[in-house]
Design a protein around this ligand. Sequence first.
Ligand code: GTP
Ligand code: MG
Length: 427
Amino acid sequence: MKQLVHTANPHEKALVVAVIKKGGNRIEALEYLDELAFLAETAGAEVIGKIYQERVRPDRATMIGKGKVAEIKEMIELDDIQTVIFDDDLSPMQIRNLGKEWQIKVLDRSGIILDIFASRARSMEAKTQVELAQLQYLLPRLTRMWTHLSKQFGGIGTKGPGETQIETDRRLIRDRITRLKEKLSDIDMQRFQQRKGRLSLPRFALVGYTNAGKSTLMNTITHADTYVEDKLFATLDTTVRQFEFPGGQKALLSDTVGFIRKLPTHLIASFRSTLAEAAEADALLHVIDCTHSSFKDHIRVVQETLESLKIINKKTILVFNKIDALHDINAIRELEYEFPDCIGISASTGLNISSLIEKMQEIAVDNSQDIRILLPYNSMQLLPLMYESGEIIDRQDLDIGIMIVVRAVKDKREILLRQCENYLFLD
Ligand SMILES: Nc1nc2c(ncn2[C@@H]2O[C@H](COP(=O)(O)OP(=O)(O)OP(=O)(O)O)[C@@H](O)[C@H]2O)c(=O)[nH]1
Ligand SMILES: [Mg+2]
């Protein structure tokens, strides 16, 4: 299928708009409007204005009231605005009505997020996942007006399936969705095999809100060179790296896509395989930018997203990052009081990283155990199992057999103990 080729025009002028519930938390709503502006800028727009309207409930036909529609129309003409972006998902009818009234492109938060993902996807897996989510988002919105607008205006929010595809009927899109799902399940299977084939070491996964500093922490812990940027959704794929604790014990750390409020559900669903690494980890490092004014809300969003992915009851360390930029360093004491099992660090300066690593090592040690086995030469068929079960700490080829010490993680340990019951060497 042809991918859309429109690239975001860096000077596309945009307005961001939110409807705030009357009597609701206005400060929080305004912070989310700032976040929407950041998303729009990440997508390449220049945000000219942030507008909100307090309402008891959104207008069914236009989301905002008639007066606001007229006010925005004036701004559009005055400032040569090309796009209006809403914080909440718009219905196809609302998009149609507003597009007709303003004669410019009207998008919503999900559309922008999908657009950013589309421009950032590099691997085959990420591209397939994003395309699937885009098509699922597009399907109910496939109206003539939308098609008309996307052709006319291009740019941000229209980086979807190719124009020719938009004009074809829904059945074709449904067929494509089926094929993409099949392709993803093949990729899932490959990934599963890869993970199975990987050395059984204690596994940690970084999770957190976008821009919290996950990739920076990945680089600090594993001395790697993962892409870091002060933009939303710098990382879309999962990378896994091996690292060593002081003393030499090995473990794995994975970095993956960040979460955000109102992440389109299709997108979460299609990134399931990317997030499998977190689902199977022994423990999660939930990274939080504690300098962000809405960080508590970010914690909640991440927890809810993990729950929707059925990643629950995992051992989790709350990692309050960026403490180097905290105005009041004592604030970290309050956090420690409020959130037991948390730790304050700075991924970029290295502050307190060693305490974090200590905490991780405790988990790794709890989860793995050294097993000494004396394997006679007539039972060599069990030797590969030793290597699959964990890290080989010691191996001596003796006259009577091979003396081997395996550091096995919890789930592999039981199999190993069962199979080698007769050869355990207890000193
Ligand atoms: N002051 C300060 N900035 C940091 C720290 N850690 C990360 N940053 C900055 O925060 C921004 C985001 O960092 P990333 O590591 O890309 O964040 P991420 O969580 O991987 O983000 P996504 O991949 O987009 O979800 C970058 O500009 C980093 O330089 C820190 O400890 N202190
Ligand atoms: Mg990242």
